[in-house]
Design a protein around this ligand. Structure first.
Ligand code: C2O
Ligand code: CU
Ligand code: CU
Length: 465
């Protein structure tokens, strides 16, 4: 069957084929680092050697052919021959040890976006893994439960390598979160939503201008026309905007509300009911969607309101006695201590498509130094060409204010974040504090990957304590 014939298959068939693959992503949690029930063994650990060696998990990057939905086969890059990469899962207090093998023809690195890890295992562009080589990424999990993700971070090639398929979810668990008894198993669905372009052969094609890669097809967990069979239950969707450049405006097709319970850095203090969320590359959402009152045969979709795209279709196929519930607006999920009294302020202006404070990235230049464990206010200002999803390595931050542009903060920007959208005309202030690892070089950059690759990135050093 040629590609055109494939594409005229009915939606019904997509439902059948795609479900298996989404199921496989959830079931693909082979790589759990369960190091006992002792979640908080070492919350403040600063030395990997403080942990007993865990078993080694293998992760590879290779050129691979995979099904991008509707039976269409595409060549691309894959972690463990899977697109997207396998779901990694680890408990707080455990130690992660991943032997990474690079089977690509290019050098790469693996960055653990959102994870607080030392520079040496942060996937910094200086620390490349050459073709045919391997590298052991080993670090303890020192932070609260949240959805992070892993992706390449090589100098000037991040956009291409991510776009061709290298990205995967990394879920951290802890005791606070497990006590909430949120939906688990097949009711907890990691969802990487991104856009893509295909060439005439049906292969993923990366081509982008200075303002970023914009594809013409949405993919959910690597599939176009993605579909999932669901039960009459509450579902927990762990969603990553995995686009290089595109901002999603996510909603349900029937306009119904869903419940936001978390974001980049884990649980919010209280659930919030919303009907749409605008979130940029690298940002994550933790959503509960209540399908308990649905009937077999009902269909729902996640849509993007800007492009009017269907992102994934849900069909109710099974009526069950629900066991999960949705917390109400006054049910506390977590306690978040606000960062207060910043000791200094830094300003960063994101200019053109490639500069921060007038400079393009230089791997070997350290642009500023941050004292260990001091709260600072960082002010992100756009000099045009926004939105810039600004991302910081090495710590989470709290968003304090947005002035100009949209001129407000949104519920999904409360709690702990590591990526924040700075739109045109906007100034966004965040409070941050690097208090886990001292004497480390970390990155701050625009997560619009073409801006990053063009140089909109900076090195800073967290000083020795
Ligand atoms: Cu997700 Cu420095 O990146
Ligand atoms: Cu990162
Ligand atoms: Cu940017």
């Amino acid at each position: 069957m040629n590609q055109n014939q494939e594409q005229v298959q009915t939606r019904r068939r997509f439902i059948k084929t795609s479900v298996g693959v989404l199921g496989a992503l959830s079931a693909g949690r082979l790589l759990a680092f369960e190091d006992g029930p002792n979640f908080d063994r070492c919350p403040e650990c600063t030395a990997i050697s403080a942990f007993k060696p865990p078993q080694t998990t293998q992760l590879s990057a290779s050129v691979h052919q995979f099904d991008v939905g509707d039976g269409q086969l595409s060549w691309g890059y894959a972690y463990n021959e899977s697109f997207p990469g396998p779901v990694l899962e680890a408990y707080r207090g455990s130690n992660v040890r991943i032997r990474f093998q690079n089977f690509l023809d290019d050098h790469t690195t693996v960055h653990w976006h959102g994870m607080v890890v030392p520079h040496a295992v942060d996937g910094h562009p200086l620390n490349v893994v050459l073709p045919g080589e391997d590298f052991i990424y080993q670090f303890p999990i020192v932070q609260r439960a949240c959805l992070n993700w892993y992706h390449p971070h090589p100098h000037e090639m991040t956009g291409e390598q991510v776009n061709l398929g290298l990205a995967g979810p990394f879920i951290i668990r802890d005791e606070e979160e497990s006590m909430l008894e949120l939906p688990v198993g097949s009711y907890e669905v990691p969802l990487i939503i991104r856009d893509a372009k295909f060439d005439s052969q049906g292969n993923l094609r990366y081509s982008a201008g200075a303002s970023g890669f914009f594809g013409d097809v949405p993919l959910a967990n690597g599939k176009q026309n993605a579909a999932l069979s669901i039960d009459t239950e509450v579902y927990r969707f762990r969603i990553l905007n995995g686009c290089n450049a595109r901002v999603w405006r996510l909603a349900l097709s029937n306009g119904a509300a869903f419940t936001l319970i978390g974001n980049d850095g884990g649980l919010l203090e209280f659930p919030v009911d919303l009907t749409e969320i605008e979130f940029g590359p690298g940002e994550r959402l933790d959503l509960l969607v209540d399908f308990r009152d649905a009937s077999v045969g009902n269909q729902f979709r996640f849509v993007d309101l800007d492009e009017n795209w269907d992102l994934i279709e849900f069909t109710v196929t099974n009526s069950v006695q629900p066991v999960f519930s949705v917390p109400g607006p006054t049910d506390r999920l977590s306690v978040i201590s606000p960062l207060v009294n910043p000791v200094r302020t830094r300003e960063f202006t994101f200019e053109g498509h490639s500069r921060i404070n007038g400079l393009e990235y230089d791997m070997n230049r350290i642009d500023f130094e941050v004292p260990f464990a001091e709260t600072e206010l960082w002010r992100f200002i756009t000099g045009g060409n926004g939105p810039h999803p600004v991302h910081v390595h090495g710590a989470s931050f709290q968003v304090l204010s947005r002035s100009g542009g949209r001129n407000m903060l949104f519920p999904w920007e409360s709690g702990w974040k590591d990526t924040v959208l700075v739109g045109d005309g906007e100034t966004v202030e965040v409070l941050t504090r690097f208090d886990v690892y001292d004497d480390q070089v970390y990155l701050m950059h625009c997560h619009l990957l073409e801006h990053e690759d063009n140089g909109m990135m900076t090195n800073f050093r967290v000083l020795p304590r």
